[in-house]
Design a binder for this molecule. Structure first.
Ligand SMILES: Cc1ncc(COP(=O)(O)O)c(C=O)c1O
Length: 368
């Protein structure tokens, strides 16, 4: 697509030219934050760039333990475990819970990390219509000879919709299903304290929803994590082949994760400005009659009917020094998407310029 010659921020450099950047997942603008960089550099100076061992052999450092303590505090859970990739979190959960289910029920537009994480001995996988709890219930009733596990994205990566956990959770209770939420895009974004989709729906105190999370998006660092009871986290540490068999999170990103959690705690306004920016842009886009989604999240898709239109809009914005990609992603999708992502560090000028150009394009090309 293009080669970056700069850090990720509200502007980026491509081929020595500066572009306004409404892409990626740096929702709170932390990926290039001075404090994260400072702590990452100090960690490299002290520990080098890699611990070069699995956590279970000789790869656990005081930095990992500090990060896990901070994550547990942030999530208000007894314990947390970090590992080298958010993508692996669903696999870790689906394997650790393997004795509790015999069939998986998931959204038809689930992220590939969910599908890749389903253990190979589970052949009963049922797909419910996108965000449709009524269809999920129909499938649960029809297949009630199985022990069910439901797994969904919290915020959907391409469309910014929030999974209807307020409907899915009661269904899970009613049908005795284990429930997992992949909160990659919701961590640091949704909920009063940024704890994600469960907190957004005030379900975080129920304690019986498993969340797979990442530090690579709103938290501005890198790596996956799971927060839960001490007993469950110990089970992961003792049994997960991903955890036991992969090199521990490298020092700079571990330290940056710690810095990020401290910033999140000290500056809750970062999340407020993110949500305000997202709401403002989405409302204006809806007023322009573009086909989009309505949940208030930082991912704002513009749905178009042809690849040509989607690429055309993305190219038009790029010609005018704004990056908004036409995303092609391995997720079931009927329309072509130009995906705007908003951050808390976008300025009013940047936002107005984006909206003016969208209006200009719509006046010439329509909304299809
Ligand atoms: C819904 C979802 N889950 C998991 C991941 C993987 O997280 P990570 O990139 O931190 O490995 C992503 C995206 O990258 C995602 O969009």
């Amino acid at each position: 697509m293009f080669t970056l010659k700069s850090a990720i921020g509200n502007y980026i450099i491509i081929n020595d030219k500066k572009y306004s950047y409404f892409a990626g997942n740096n929702y709170l603008g932390l990926a290039n934050h001075p404090q994260l960089k400072k702590e990452a550099i100090s960690a490299i100076k002290k520990y080098g760039v890699n611990f070069s061992a699995s956590r279970e052999t000789t790869g656990t450092s005081e930095l990992h333990l500090q990060l896990e303590r901070l994550l547990s505090e942030f999530k208000n859970k007894e314990d947390s475990v970090v590992f080298a990739s958010g993508y692996m979190g669903n696999k870790i959960l689906l394997n650790t819970l393997k004795d509790r289910y015999s069939a998986v029920f998931t959204d038809e537009s689930a992220h590939p990390s969910i599908l890749d994480g389903i253990p190979s001995n589970i052949s009963n996988v049922f797909f419910y219509n996108h965000c449709n709890a009524e269809h999920l219930e129909t499938l649960l009733k029809k297949n009630n000879k199985y022990k069910p596990l439901i797994i969904t994205d919290g915020i959907f990566a391409l469309t910014g919709e929030i999974a209807p956990l307020n409907k899915i959770y009661p269904l899970a209770k009613k049908h005795g299903a284990v429930l997992i939420v992949d909160d990659a895009h919701a961590t640091g974004v949704l909920g009063e304290k940024g704890r994600g989709t469960c907190e957004h729906f005030r379900l975080d105190r129920t304690g019986d929803i498993f969340q797979s999370e990442t530090m690579s998006k709103a938290l501005g660092s890198y790596g996956g994590f799971i927060s839960a009871s001490k007993e469950f986290i110990n089970k992961i540490r003792e049994n997960s082949s991903v955890y036991i068999g992969s090199t521990s999170l490298p020092p700079p990103v571990t330290a940056a994760g710690c810095a990020s959690l401290k910033i999140l705690k000290k500056h809750p306004k970062l999340r407020v400005s993110l949500i305000e920016n997202a709401e403002y842009i989405r409302n204006r886009i809806i007023k322009m009659d573009f086909n989009t989604t309505c949940d208030n999240t930082p991912i704002i898709p513009i749905f178009l009917n042809s690849q040509q239109s989607a690429q055309g809009l993305s190219d038009f914005l790029k010609e005018n020094k704004i990056i908004v990609p036409h995303v092609k992603y391995p997720v079931k999708m009927d329309k072509f998407i130009v995906r705007i992502t908003v951050t808390s560090i976008h300025t009013k000028d940047q936002i107005e310029k984006l909206l003016d150009l969208l209006k200009k394009w719509r006046d010439k090309n329509g909304i299809d």
